[in-house]
Design a protein around this ligand. Structure first.
Ligand code: GLN
Length: 191
Protein backbone atom coordinates (compact mmCIF):
# COMPACT_ATOMS: atom_id res chain seq x y z
CA UNK A 1 0.00 0.00 0.00
CA UNK A 2 0.90 3.64 -0.40
CA UNK A 3 1.54 5.72 2.73
CA UNK A 4 0.77 9.42 2.53
CA UNK A 5 1.11 11.93 5.36
CA UNK A 6 -0.49 15.35 5.63
CA UNK A 7 1.38 18.01 7.59
CA UNK A 8 -1.24 18.78 10.23
CA UNK A 9 -0.05 21.96 11.95
CA UNK A 10 -2.51 24.49 10.48
CA UNK A 11 -4.54 24.94 7.30
CA UNK A 12 -6.84 22.76 5.19
CA UNK A 13 -5.55 19.46 6.56
CA UNK A 14 -8.89 17.59 6.47
CA UNK A 15 -9.40 18.42 2.78
CA UNK A 16 -5.96 17.01 1.89
CA UNK A 17 -6.60 13.86 3.92
CA UNK A 18 -9.97 13.35 2.20
CA UNK A 19 -8.57 13.95 -1.30
CA UNK A 20 -5.65 11.53 -0.89
CA UNK A 21 -7.96 8.92 0.73
CA UNK A 22 -10.17 9.13 -2.34
CA UNK A 23 -7.19 9.05 -4.73
CA UNK A 24 -5.96 5.87 -2.97
CA UNK A 25 -9.38 4.26 -2.47
CA UNK A 26 -8.67 1.43 -4.91
CA UNK A 27 -5.22 0.67 -3.50
CA UNK A 28 -5.45 -2.01 -0.80
CA UNK A 29 -3.36 -1.38 2.31
CA UNK A 30 -2.90 2.32 1.64
CA UNK A 31 -3.17 4.91 4.38
CA UNK A 32 -3.30 8.65 4.85
CA UNK A 33 -2.28 10.05 8.23
CA UNK A 34 -1.68 13.33 10.01
CA UNK A 35 1.96 14.39 10.57
CA UNK A 36 2.74 16.52 13.64
CA UNK A 37 6.17 15.34 14.81
CA UNK A 38 9.36 14.02 13.21
CA UNK A 39 8.60 10.34 13.96
CA UNK A 40 5.38 10.63 11.93
CA UNK A 41 7.47 11.01 8.76
CA UNK A 42 8.97 7.53 9.03
CA UNK A 43 8.00 5.19 6.17
CA UNK A 44 5.90 7.75 4.31
CA UNK A 45 6.00 7.62 0.50
CA UNK A 46 4.68 11.16 0.23
CA UNK A 47 3.69 14.19 2.26
CA UNK A 48 1.09 16.88 1.52
CA UNK A 49 1.81 20.39 2.81
CA UNK A 50 -1.58 22.14 2.93
CA UNK A 51 -2.78 25.62 2.26
CA UNK A 52 -3.29 27.91 5.21
CA UNK A 53 -1.07 30.62 6.61
CA UNK A 54 2.57 30.08 5.69
CA UNK A 55 3.90 32.29 8.50
CA UNK A 56 1.97 30.22 11.07
CA UNK A 57 2.91 26.86 9.53
CA UNK A 58 6.57 27.98 9.42
CA UNK A 59 6.49 28.91 13.12
CA UNK A 60 4.91 25.56 14.03
CA UNK A 61 7.44 23.64 11.92
CA UNK A 62 10.19 25.18 14.07
CA UNK A 63 8.30 24.63 17.32
CA UNK A 64 7.72 20.94 16.55
CA UNK A 65 11.31 20.27 15.50
CA UNK A 66 10.21 19.47 11.95
CA UNK A 67 12.45 21.79 9.92
CA UNK A 68 15.44 19.46 9.44
CA UNK A 69 13.30 16.30 9.13
CA UNK A 70 11.26 17.95 6.37
CA UNK A 71 14.39 19.09 4.52
CA UNK A 72 15.72 15.52 4.72
CA UNK A 73 12.38 13.82 3.87
CA UNK A 74 12.99 11.28 1.10
CA UNK A 75 9.45 10.95 -0.23
CA UNK A 76 7.57 13.18 -2.62
CA UNK A 77 5.98 16.42 -1.47
CA UNK A 78 2.59 17.64 -2.74
CA UNK A 79 2.34 21.29 -1.69
CA UNK A 80 -0.55 23.69 -2.17
CA UNK A 81 -0.72 27.45 -1.67
CA UNK A 82 0.92 28.14 1.74
CA UNK A 83 2.65 24.78 1.18
CA UNK A 84 4.04 26.09 -2.11
CA UNK A 85 5.46 29.09 -0.22
CA UNK A 86 7.14 26.73 2.27
CA UNK A 87 8.78 24.52 -0.37
CA UNK A 88 10.45 27.48 -2.13
CA UNK A 89 13.99 28.60 -1.55
CA UNK A 90 13.10 32.26 -1.28
CA UNK A 91 9.97 34.21 -0.33
CA UNK A 92 9.25 37.91 0.03
CA UNK A 93 8.47 37.59 3.77
CA UNK A 94 11.18 37.17 6.43
CA UNK A 95 8.72 35.50 8.82
CA UNK A 96 8.67 32.39 6.64
CA UNK A 97 11.71 30.08 6.83
CA UNK A 98 11.39 28.22 3.58
CA UNK A 99 12.43 24.58 3.26
CA UNK A 100 14.39 25.15 0.03
CA UNK A 101 13.05 21.96 -1.57
CA UNK A 102 12.23 23.58 -4.92
CA UNK A 103 14.56 26.21 -6.45
CA UNK A 104 12.05 29.01 -6.97
CA UNK A 105 11.27 32.45 -5.64
CA UNK A 106 7.73 32.94 -4.41
CA UNK A 107 5.67 36.08 -3.79
CA UNK A 108 2.94 35.71 -1.15
CA UNK A 109 -0.56 37.10 -1.75
CA UNK A 110 0.38 37.87 -5.33
CA UNK A 111 -3.12 38.86 -6.45
CA UNK A 112 -3.42 41.96 -4.26
CA UNK A 113 -6.13 42.77 -1.74
CA UNK A 114 -8.90 43.71 -4.18
CA UNK A 115 -9.15 40.36 -5.94
CA UNK A 116 -7.67 38.02 -3.40
CA UNK A 117 -9.55 34.96 -4.59
CA UNK A 118 -10.52 33.72 -8.00
CA UNK A 119 -11.17 30.66 -10.11
CA UNK A 120 -9.67 29.90 -13.48
CA UNK A 121 -9.86 27.14 -16.03
CA UNK A 122 -6.17 26.40 -16.21
CA UNK A 123 -4.17 24.58 -18.86
CA UNK A 124 -1.82 22.27 -16.98
CA UNK A 125 0.99 20.44 -18.80
CA UNK A 126 0.23 16.74 -18.83
CA UNK A 127 -3.56 17.10 -18.45
CA UNK A 128 -5.75 16.61 -21.52
CA UNK A 129 -8.49 18.95 -20.26
CA UNK A 130 -8.23 22.23 -18.29
CA UNK A 131 -8.25 22.11 -14.49
CA UNK A 132 -10.70 24.28 -12.51
CA UNK A 133 -8.23 26.03 -10.21
CA UNK A 134 -9.33 27.79 -7.03
CA UNK A 135 -6.95 30.55 -5.91
CA UNK A 136 -7.32 31.87 -2.34
CA UNK A 137 -4.87 34.65 -1.35
CA UNK A 138 -2.52 32.68 -3.53
CA UNK A 139 1.22 33.01 -4.06
CA UNK A 140 2.95 32.80 -7.43
CA UNK A 141 6.46 31.73 -8.33
CA UNK A 142 8.26 34.65 -9.93
CA UNK A 143 11.45 32.89 -10.85
CA UNK A 144 12.28 29.18 -11.07
CA UNK A 145 15.53 27.27 -11.46
CA UNK A 146 16.33 25.46 -14.70
CA UNK A 147 15.60 22.08 -13.07
CA UNK A 148 12.02 23.12 -12.33
CA UNK A 149 9.31 22.05 -14.78
CA UNK A 150 6.64 24.74 -15.13
CA UNK A 151 3.24 23.03 -15.43
CA UNK A 152 0.98 26.10 -15.47
CA UNK A 153 1.14 29.87 -15.45
CA UNK A 154 -1.25 32.82 -15.37
CA UNK A 155 -0.45 36.49 -16.12
CA UNK A 156 0.65 37.06 -12.49
CA UNK A 157 3.21 34.25 -12.56
CA UNK A 158 3.87 30.53 -12.34
CA UNK A 159 1.21 28.55 -10.46
CA UNK A 160 2.14 24.87 -10.85
CA UNK A 161 5.57 23.25 -10.86
CA UNK A 162 7.24 19.89 -10.68
CA UNK A 163 10.77 19.44 -9.36
CA UNK A 164 11.94 15.83 -9.26
CA UNK A 165 9.64 14.03 -6.84
CA UNK A 166 7.93 17.21 -5.61
CA UNK A 167 4.95 19.14 -6.99
CA UNK A 168 3.70 22.55 -5.84
CA UNK A 169 0.52 24.44 -6.71
CA UNK A 170 -0.56 28.01 -5.97
CA UNK A 171 -4.18 26.80 -6.09
CA UNK A 172 -6.03 24.00 -4.30
CA UNK A 173 -6.28 20.63 -6.10
CA UNK A 174 -7.52 19.19 -2.78
CA UNK A 175 -10.79 21.13 -3.20
CA UNK A 176 -13.38 20.38 -5.83
CA UNK A 177 -13.07 16.64 -6.29
CA UNK A 178 -10.85 16.64 -9.40
CA UNK A 179 -8.02 14.27 -8.47
CA UNK A 180 -6.07 14.30 -11.74
CA UNK A 181 -3.15 16.17 -10.18
CA UNK A 182 -3.04 13.77 -7.22
CA UNK A 183 -2.88 10.89 -9.69
CA UNK A 184 -0.17 12.62 -11.74
CA UNK A 185 1.83 13.09 -8.52
CA UNK A 186 1.46 9.45 -7.41
CA UNK A 187 2.36 8.21 -10.91
CA UNK A 188 5.44 10.44 -10.90
CA UNK A 189 6.57 8.66 -7.73
CA UNK A 190 6.00 5.28 -9.37
CA UNK A 191 3.20 4.57 -6.86
N1 GLN B 1 -1.62 33.72 1.69
C1 GLN B 1 -1.31 32.50 2.37
C2 GLN B 1 0.16 32.42 2.72
O1 GLN B 1 0.99 32.92 2.02
C3 GLN B 1 -1.65 31.29 1.55
C4 GLN B 1 -3.15 31.20 1.36
C5 GLN B 1 -3.64 29.79 1.22
O2 GLN B 1 -2.92 28.85 1.51
N2 GLN B 1 -4.88 29.65 0.83
O3 GLN B 1 0.49 31.83 3.72
Amino acid sequence: GVKVGVLALQGDVAEHVAAFREALAERPGSSVMAVRRPADLADLDALAIPGGESTTISRLIEKNGLYEPLVRFEGGIFATCAGMVLTADRVDDPRVRTLGLIPMHVARNAFGRQVDSREAMLEVAGLAEPFRAVFIRAPVATDVGSSVEVLARIPEGIVAVRHGRHMAFAFHPELGGDLRLHRMFLEGLGL
